[in-house]
Design a protein around this ligand. Structure first.
Ligand code: 3PG
Ligand code: MG
Length: 399
């Protein structure tokens, strides 16, 4: 919203006594049924509160994980409680997204009430942006507010389709994200260094190909790095890796070379044979990984490489941790780079922007999130925004 008038926002909506469908991103990191980082929940509270305080009936739509059809393990039921405790008022839950059960729950709502519907992705038609599913969702509400910037790169029924069926507005989180990212990164000072890590390998490989044309240095970490190392002929043992994407990885390296973008891959790793906290491990060169070992974090020489590049950079954009940061000590590289970025930001020489569920969790874990210039709730959406791609969920909100 570089020009605030380009989008319809909450100020333009008359929500009193209306049923308001509010798409939020509640795809939070969870461990053993416990929310390990609540940044995405906190981020949507202002919108929920504002609509509720103005007498609207808030109907929350959200996805959780990547279910293939209905999957009790990915029900949003437990999240209703998590939202309620932070909101300071009850949040009802309907174990259905559309149909009679959802309709009955909506019919019970009084002005100011809040209801969460079941995981939108339990219905296959959600991700297809299927018109019948869109119509069924639209029938539940009178207005639509999209506050899910983190899911705005998906043209799904609840993130895009609905905006064409009901009067549609950007929520406060959506509005703030777009404004803040534009302000920080519209004309980034160079060199720009991007860090892309994490475990969602295949879905982010494509985007790397575009990113190399936009940034000066691309640091690849996490599971994604293993795919590149394997493509270069290294034995990655039992590490997370998508061997069938070797061709794509090599193409990206070629593209980077042509674009003058330096690619930084790990040179060493913390290697272990078990995926658990405090698993016995050793520092190993990426040329010396044993067949039964997994690289669970970048090693000290890799961290030193990244920090050295960072010292010469003016801007860092970061999505995805370097290792299995939820299992100490495999958080070491992520924490070290996060601290270096925070110190350089404090010193005034670096503009730092990071985004994504796990990334934000990792920065909070490192205790440095508030020292970054800006932290976004969005991971994939943030990267696509960086690529310069129009985000379907955002575009649909234009006036
Ligand atoms: C995210 O976690 O990046 C968003 O919630 C989108 O999830 P997705 O990558 O499964 O579409
Ligand atoms: Mg994510």
């Amino acid at each position: 919203m570089s020009e605030a008038s380009a989008f319809r926002i909450l100020d333009d909506a008359d929500v009193a006594n209306k049923r308001v469908l509010v798409r939020v991103d509640l795809n939070v990191p969870v461990d053993n049924g416990r929310v390990t980082d609540d940044t995405r929940i906190q981020a949507v509270l202002p919108t929920i509160r504002e609509i509720s305080d103005k007498g609207g009936k808030v109907i929350l739509l959200a996805h959780f994980g990547r279910p293939k059809g209905e999957d009790p393990a990915l029900s949003l039921g437990f999240i209703a409680q998590e939202v309620a405790s932070r909101l300071g008022k009850p949040v009802a839950f309907a174990p259905a997204t559309i149909g009679p059960v959802a309709e009955a729950a909506v019919a019970k709502l009084q002005p100011g009430d809040v209801l969460l519907l079941e995981n939108t992705r339990f219905d296959k038609r959600e991700e297809k942006n299927d018109p019948d599913f869109v119509a069924a969702l639209a029938g539940l509400g009178e207005l639509y507010v999209n506050d899910a910037f983190a899911t705005a790169h998906r043209a799904h029924a609840s993130t895009e389709g609905l905006a064409h069926k009901l009067p549609a507005f950007a929520g406060r989180c959506m509005q703030e994200e777009i404004e803040a990212l534009a302000k920080a990164l519209e004309k980034p000072e160079r060199p720009v260094l991007a860090v892309v890590g994490g475990a969602k390998v295949s879905s982010k490989l494509d985007l790397l190909g575009n990113l190399v044309a936009k940034v000066d240095i691309l640091v690849i970490g996490g599971g994604m790095a293993n795919t590149f190392l394997a493509a270069q002929g290294k034995d990655v043992g039992k590490s997370l890796c998508e061997h069938d994407l070797a061709g794509t990885a090599l193409e990206i390296l070629d593209k980077a070379k042509a674009a003058g973008c330096e690619i930084v891959l790990p040179v060493d790793a913390l290697a272990a044979t078990e995926f658990k906290a405090n698993a016995p491990h050793r520092v190993a060169s990426v040329d010396d990984i044993k067949p039964d070992e997994m690289m669970l974090d970048a090693g000290p020489a890799s961290v030193e490489n990244v920090v050295a590049r960072l010292k010469g950079a003016k801007t860092i954009v970061w999505n995805g941790p370097f290792g299995a940061f939820e299992l100490p000590p495999f958080d070491t590289a992520t924490v070290a780079v996060a601290q270096a970025a925070a110190e350089l930001t404090d010193a005034g020489g670096l503009l730092s922007v990071a985004g994504g569920g796990d990334t934000v969790a990792a920065l909070n874990h490192a205790g440095v999130a508030d020292r970054f210039t800006y932290v976004s709730t969005a991971g994939g959406a943030f990267l696509e925004w960086l690529e310069g791609k129009p985000l379907p969920g955002v575009e649909a909100l234009r006036r």
